[in-house]
Design a protein around this ligand. Sequence first.
Ligand code: SF4
Ligand code: SF4
Length: 453
Amino acid sequence: MSTGKEFAPPDATPPQADPIAHARDLVDYAASLDCIHCGLCISSCPTYRISGRESASPRGRIHLMRAAAESRVEADADFAEEMDYCLVCRNCESVCPAGVQFGRMMELTRDGLESRRQRKLSARLARWLGFRIVLPSRLALRLVGTLTRLMQVTGLARMFAPALGAAGRALQSLPALPPARERALLPARNRGLRNTGDSDARPALFMLEGCAQPELFGHVNRSTVDALCAAGHDVHVARAVCCGALHAHNGELDQARQLARIYVQEWVRSCAAEGAELIPITNASGCGAHLREYGELLAGDAQCGADAARFSALVRDWSELLSPRIADGSLKLTAPTNVSGPVAWDDPCHLCHGQGVREDPRVLLKAIPGLEQVELHDSESCCGSAGIYSLLRPADGAAILAPKLETLANSGARTLVTSNPGCQMQWLAGIRSKGMDVRVVHLAELVQPTQRT
Ligand code: SF4
Ligand code: SF4
C-alpha cells in the first residue's frame, strides 16, 4: 500500500513563470490543466477505493503532477510512490467529462521519474534484462519459456521460488506453461476460407502474436487465427515480437518508440508485398490499446511518423472484425465442447477504457449456441494485473482483485472469460489462491465460426 504524502490544497502557490520548462520531462503540464477538479473519476479509481486517499485518486495524482511542475512539491520518493501505485487502468478516462488523457500523462511522468531514480544495481540489471534483452527477442523469450517449463515440470520452480525474491514471486504466479508444440509460432501467412465463386472477399489482417502470449497461452493465438480464417480473412502474422506497451507503462518510452518503429516498418513492408492496406489486429487488450497510440508515440518521427498515424487509425481488436458479421447474419458460431457451466465476461481495462470496445465481445458470446451467461457486477474495474503491476506490487494487485473474486464467486460462473494474457494470469492466480472451481479462458477459445457454405 502506498505511503505517499497528502497533496497541498489547489493553487496554494502561484506557478513559476515557466512551469513547463521546470519539469517538461516529468509532467504534461498542458494536459494537467485540462482537469477541472470535478472529482467524477474518484470513486471509479481502484487505488482510491482501496486506500481512501485523495492522493491515490486520478484527481489527486493530476494535482501532484501539476504541483511538481510548479515546484510546489518535490518529485521525491513519496511522489514516485503515488505514481507507481497507479495501475494505469484508465478507468478514470472513461468517466472524465473533460477528456483528460490520464494514461498518456502517467506514461510521461513515469518516464521522467525513471531518469531521476536511484535504483539498486540488481533492480537496474533486472529492468535491463527484462525490457532490453528478453521482451524484444523471440529467442530469449523462448529460452525463458523453455527453462520455466522445465522448472515447473521437475518441481524446481516450487522448490527454489522462495529463495529468488521478486523473480521467485513471478515464477510462482505463472500458469503451467504448455509444451513446446503449443508454444510454436504461427505460420507467417494463414489463408482465409473461401468458397468457389466467392466474391465477398474479407480484408486481410496483420496480427501481432505478442511477447508473452505465445509462451503462456500459445493456443489462444492459434484459436484466434482459426476463427478469423474460418470467417474468410487472410491473416499475416507479424514477426516483430513486443509492441512496447510494457515499456511505455513502466518508464521506458525511448525503448517503446524503438519497438513501435520496428512494428510499423514491418507493417509497411507487408502492405507493399500484399498490394493492400492490411488491418493491424491483436487479441491482447493491453497491446491493442498501445498500438492505437503509435501515432502519438511517433508523432514528429520523420521516418515513420505518418505511417504510425495511419497504422494506429486502422488498429482493431480481433472481436471487432467478427461481431458486425454476427449482427448482419453472415457469420454463425458453433457450440464449443470445451466449456462448462455459466460463463462470465470480465472487461479488460485496456479493451473497454483503452479502446472503447465493450459490445463486440458480448455480441460474440451471445451468438454462441447453448452458452449460459451471467453478468459480472463492476466488470470494467481493474483485476490488478495491469501489465507487470501484479509482479512488482503483488499485495496491491491481490487487494484490487479481492472484491472481484467475491463477485465472481457470488455469480455462480464456472468459466471466466477475458481477452488479455495478463488478466488471465491474474485471475488464474486469484482463483487458485481461493481454491475456487472456475476455469479461465480467452474469448478466442470459445468463438468457433461455422464454415461458410
Ligand atoms: S489509471 Fe486507474 S489506478 Fe490510475 S488514477 Fe486512473 S483509475 Fe486510478
Ligand atoms: S473526472 Fe476528469 S476533470 Fe474531473 S477530476 Fe477526474 S480527471 Fe479531473
